[in-house]
Design a binder for this molecule. Structure first.
Ligand SMILES: O=c1ccn([C@@H]2O[C@H](COP(=O)(O)O)[C@@H](O)[C@H]2O)c(=O)[nH]1
Length: 269
């Protein structure tokens, strides 16, 4: 998907909500366990109930890999369902990959060609030749970890490197990569105050912002410091939406939680 289509959807839906499909079989309603593929049944119900309130969906790949072949099949069915029924939705494989170039190319093929995601999250630690194979794909987006939402972000990401914090070095250096127009970045909602500095370096790039809801980040703070003219934000909530209820009406309850966030977002559009 081209960035301009994503921006059109944000304006149309008055939403920059990304719903995280982090499906833990122990947390889904028990009646779904009778289905042939409970994870897909859960995702399908959540997507059908919330697609008008969100512009993006982000399955975290760990939640599928944890169930082996079955998990990968559930992931494939989920992405195929979105691409066929709701092609206007932006899809993110939260996989945090990155390796030597030869291997990164195969990761890129897996997520962009075989699964047909619009974007994938990448760890920047191995540098330019580990990121550029992802950037080579037209109309696909590489979402580089910049400043993550967890406490451990302070172990390395904020440490000084040649006079600037490492996360700022990642932002600056990545701008020189080939096809850098295909870059987006991850910045945690729990680090909202850093967004002012971040916007000085990357004024227009889209940011994937996890950490509202279960991790306690504030949507208003993120918008205050990180919003651009085109919004430039995809704010993710996973557990806070998908586990709103364990009852038969779980999808409607999830839609209620998504609507709360969408209405907050509408005020900025
Ligand atoms: O810095 C980061 C990067 C990725 N994540 C992922 O986002 C979701 C957040 O889930 P919640 O349930 O809304 O807390 C999850 O998949 C994380 O692995 C992140 O939280 N922070």
């Amino acid at each position: 998907m081209e960035t301009k289509q994503l921006i059109e959807q944000i304006k149309l839906k008055k939403s920059f909500l990304c719903i995280g499909l982090d499906v833990d079989i122990d947390k889904i309603p028990s009646h779904l366990l009778e289905e042939t593929d409970p994870v897909f049944a859960f995702n399908k119900a959540i997507i059908d109930a919330t697609h008008h309130l969100a512009v993006a969906y982000k399955p975290n790949i760990a939640f599928y890999e944890a169930y082996g072949i079955k998990g990968w099949q559930s992931l494939k069915k989920t992405i195929d369902y979105i691409n066929e029924k709701y092609p206007e939705l932006f899809t993110i494989a939260d996989a945090k990959r990155g390796d030597i170039g030869n291997t990164s190319t195969m990761y890129a093929k897996a997520f962009f060609e075989d699964l047909n995601f619009d974007s994938v999250t990448i760890a920047p630690y191995m540098g330019k030749d580990s990121v550029e194979p992802f950037l080579a794909f037209k109309n696909k987006h590489t979402i580089l970890l910049a400043l993550t939402s967890n406490e451990g972000a302070f172990d390395f990401q904020t440490k000084d490197v040649e006079g600037v914090p490492l996360y700022q070095k990642v932002l600056q250096t990545s701008k020189s990569y080939k096809n850098s127009e295909n870059l987006m970045y991850v910045v945690g909602a729990t680090k909202a105050t850093y967004l002012k500095e971040i916007r000085n370096i990357i004024p227009e790039s889209f940011l994937l912002v996890p950490g509202v809801g279960a991790q306690g980040g504030s949507l208003d703070e993120v918008c205050k410091y990180g919003k651009t003219q085109n919004i430039g934000l995809l704010i993710n909530s996973s557990r806070g939406i998908i586990y709103a209820s364990k009852d038969e009406n779980f999808a409607q309850k999830a839609a209620g939680k998504a609507k709360e966030l969408q209405q907050q977002m509408a005020a900025y559009l």
